[in-house]
Design a protein around this ligand. Structure first.
Ligand SMILES: Cc1cc2nc3c(=O)[nH]c(=O)nc-3n(C[C@H](O)[C@H](O)[C@H](O)COP(=O)(O)OP(=O)(O)OC[C@H]3O[C@@H](n4cnc5c(N)ncnc54)[C@H](O)[C@@H]3O)c2cc1C
Length: 467
């Protein structure tokens, strides 16, 4: 680290919020994805003006800046791939104000998303984006990744709820975008541009999100299928029947077996797949809707359908789904989590393609995901020390993305591009589409200070390299 720059940093931030020891730096060298990169310095800012000064200094000394929330990114988003400065935003978490009259919340970037859920629900309101990491991830990270979860099917993703932001630009200015009004058509929609920009266009320092009334009731069912394709057809028939469930989740046989051996809860290990369907809304309406969903599952070949009668039965159904991530982590030391997403009607076709890829490369590939919105999570469980297998994983990952794009889908439904999907960007966007995105980045960040090495592929990079 440039000593002159370090000296100046110490005049901006108190020493107890600056870390330079190797052991401290190491804690910030990884996220929940793949790869390790040591930063030169870690700083915990607590307000926008500290960040503004740091960014101006970084431009002066050309030091890369990597904003970081809780580090739960599955695509390498906060990794300091070019060294430099990591800004740990978790201590910037003071404000969590619920404005009941205007149906909104004003939140600091380091607030844990689960705390926002709780605070809103305490006053009968609801913040729908529900990534399964919400008990640890920060709202700043969610906004930068445009996160979502099972409820994305009915309620949409983070971007549908963010109406205003305070942002430190890559040149160190503090700007406000949007505001407290639900309607706002003044000029370009910079709020939407920042949401999902993965910390490459600005550092989010305050967030205004829309809240909605909490649904009165919900009903959940579990259905088993002897054939994965039948579950795909059940999903498409429910969605085309005019019912909009709040979630439809899918687990394949490998997932079911993983969950059962991790924490036995009576799942059918011989079923090819299971789906969970949840509807919410007015009690009378959801009684009727869940009955119809159950009927459509049976008509599509379900071998067993159970509608939860009590809250504890409902929670039991969901606990199996929530167990998937920890369970598959036990299947091998290295987990490559993908996030390919297809139009809903193409779920059965995508399932078939994934089966073919699994057989072709003989990999431990398990599939689960938010099938209702086409967002599947094929996970390859492997061991990064097995070089031969890792080479096969590289090829399989490319084929997963090719399949998703050929079926009219996208590289990422919720985990973002980061370092892990950047080589495939041109495959989805084309040369001109990628060029336009690069132009935006260059215009906003002429010194390439903010989160360099993300989203855009390095020259001639065509495939993710794991070995
Ligand atoms: C077990 C598990 C389950 C998950 N489930 C889901 C899921 O269901 N849905 C989903 O969408 N994701 C999921 N994720 C991925 C991850 O949790 C989300 O992407 C989350 O939004 C990241 O938040 P974070 O606070 O950990 O941010 P980080 O991982 O620290 O950072 C993510 C990105 O945001 C940027 N960033 C962070 N804070 C700021 C800020 N204030 N300003 C500007 N940029 C910033 C970083 O530079 C980085 O590019 C899961 C991850 C795990 C480990």
């Amino acid at each position: 680290m440039n000593q002159e720059a370090l000296k100046k940093i110490k005049t901006i931030i108190p020493l107890e919020r600056i870390f330079t020891e190797l052991a401290e730096l190491y804690s910030y060298s990884y996220d929940a994805s793949f790869g390790e990169y040591l930063p030169e310095i870690v700083i915990q800012p607590k307000n926008a003006s500290e960040i503004s000064e740091l960014v101006k200094l970084a431009n002066e000394y050309l030091i890369p800046i990597y904003p970081r929330g809780a580090g739960t990114s599955l695509s390498g988003g906060p990794l300091p791939v070019k060294g430099g400065m990591v800004l740990d935003m978790t201590q910037f978490n003071e404000k969590l104000v619920i404005d009941r009259e205007n149906l909104l919340a004003i939140v600091s970037p380091g607030v844990i998303t689960g705390d926002l859920h709780k605070k809103a629900e305490e006053v009968g309101l609801f913040y729908p984006p529900d990534p399964s990491s919400s008990h640890v991830a920060t709202i700043g990270g969610n906004i930068s990744e445009n996160s979502s979860g099972p409820k994305g099917l009915k309620y949409g993703t983070t971007k549908e709820y963010v109406i205003g932001l305070e942002v430190v630009t890559p040149l160190g200015d503090i700007i406000r975008t949007g505001g407290k009004t639900v309607k706002n058509v003044t000029g370009y929609d910079i709020t939407r541009l920042i949401v999902g920009s993965e910390g490459t266009l600005g550092i989010v320092t305050e967030v205004i999100v829309r809240l909605i009334p909490k649904p009165q009731a919900r009903k959940t069912l579990l259905a088993h299928f002897a054939h994965l394709l039948d579950s795909g057809h059940a999903i498409t028939s429910i969605l085309s029947a005019g019912i909009l469930p709040s979630a439809i989740e899918l687990m394949d046989n490998a997932c079911i077996r993983a969950v059962e051996s991790f924490s036995p809860s009576g799942l059918p290990v011989d079923a090819d797949s299971i789906i969970i369907v949840e509807v919410d809304g007015h009690p009378a309406a959801i009684d009727e809707e869940i009955k119809q969903c159950a009927k459509m599952c049976r008509n599509s070949g379900a071998t067993y359908v159970k509608v939860a009668e009590t809250e504890s039965e409902r929670l039991k159904i969901w606990s199996a789904r929530k167990m998937v991530s920890p369970a598959i982590t036990q299947m091998g030391p290295t987990k490559i989590s993908e996030d390919a997403t297809v139009p809903r009607s193409k779920i059965p076709a995508m399932m078939e393609r994934l089966n073919r890829i699994r057989d072709k490369y003989k990999l431990n590939l398990v599939v689960f995901g938010h099938a209702g919105d086409g967002n599947l999570h094929p996970n390859i469980i492997t061991d990064k020390r097995n070089i031969e297998e890792m080479k096969k994983v590289e090829l399989a990952v490319s084929e997963i993305f090719e399949a998703a794009i050929e079926l009219g889908g996208t590289l990422s439904g919720e985990h973002g591009i980061g370092t892990l999907k950047s080589p495939y960007m041109e495959m989805e966007l084309g040369k001109s589409g990628l060029y336009m995105m690069k132009k935006i980045k260059e215009a906003w960040d002429p010194n390439n200070i903010l989160n360099p090495g993300k989203i855009f592929p390095e020259k001639d990079q065509k495939r993710v390299v794991f070995v």
